[in-house]
Design a protein around this ligand. Structure first.
Ligand code: SF4
Ligand code: SF4
Length: 186
């Protein structure tokens, strides 16, 4: 059966996933190998095989649960599920799309607050220095997550061992980086 023969409903989340990242939920036959190999499945409210099953139903209530789930934010894009899937379903790309959709529809799970703060701080580091500036990332993350004291006692040791640099190392091509951010920001 070709992908187009799956006849996915046009207003369903499965349809959007198919259109945007070419993941065809109906190809999944629920073997469970993705969930069995996922390193964070135990922490997830919806393990990856469950997300696939819920997409297949094309029910609005299930689409809503997926977009409001914590799982989509816990996925670390390790690609273990993709390497184990007999149908080669690209769950990591799908999770990435679901995160974007969840944000654009303002349905982010409240438990994902700190994960999003970390993503923002990581991107800010790249935006301002062109590379990862660890100390800046940590300080920005603490500012965004309002968790100023967590792990603070580790900082002096890490600085003395050269694991954290006080000043950033800024790349020459900052203008190109700025252009990339401008092009990809929505
Ligand atoms: S890519 Fe995400 S869903 Fe897949 S195994 Fe890794 S953490 Fe789990
Ligand atoms: S490994 Fe692939 S076919 Fe099996 S449940 Fe996961 S997505 Fe579906």
């Amino acid at each position: 059966m070709s992908h187009s023969e799956y006849n996915t409903e046009r207003n369903s989340l499965a349809y959007s996933v198919e259109k945007n990242v070419e993941v065809h939920a109906q190809k999944c036959y629920q073997c469970g190998k993705c969930s069995a190999g996922c390193p964070v499945a135990d922490e997830m409210d919806l393990p990856p095989s469950m997300v696939m099953r819920m997409l297949q139903t094309e029910l609005a209530a299930n689409d809503e649960k997926i977009l409001r789930s914590h799982s989509i934010w816990l996925c670390v894009t390790c690609e273990m599920c993709l390497s184990r899937c007999p149908m080669e379903i690209d769950i990591p790309s799908m999770m990435d799309f679901l995160r974007q959709r969840s944000r654009s529809e303002k349905k982010v799970n409240p438990k994902a607050k700190n994960i999003i703060a970390f993503h923002k701080s990581f991107l800010n580091s790249i935006r301002f220095t062109g590379r990862l500036y660890e100390l800046g990332l940590i300080l920005d993350y603490k500012r965004q997550s309002l968790n100023m004291t967590q792990d603070i006692s580790l900082a002096p040791k890490m600085i003395s061992r050269g694991k954290l640099h006080i000043f950033p190392d800024i790349i020459k091509g900052k203008a190109q980086i700025a252009r990339i951010f401008k092009k990809t920001s929505n």
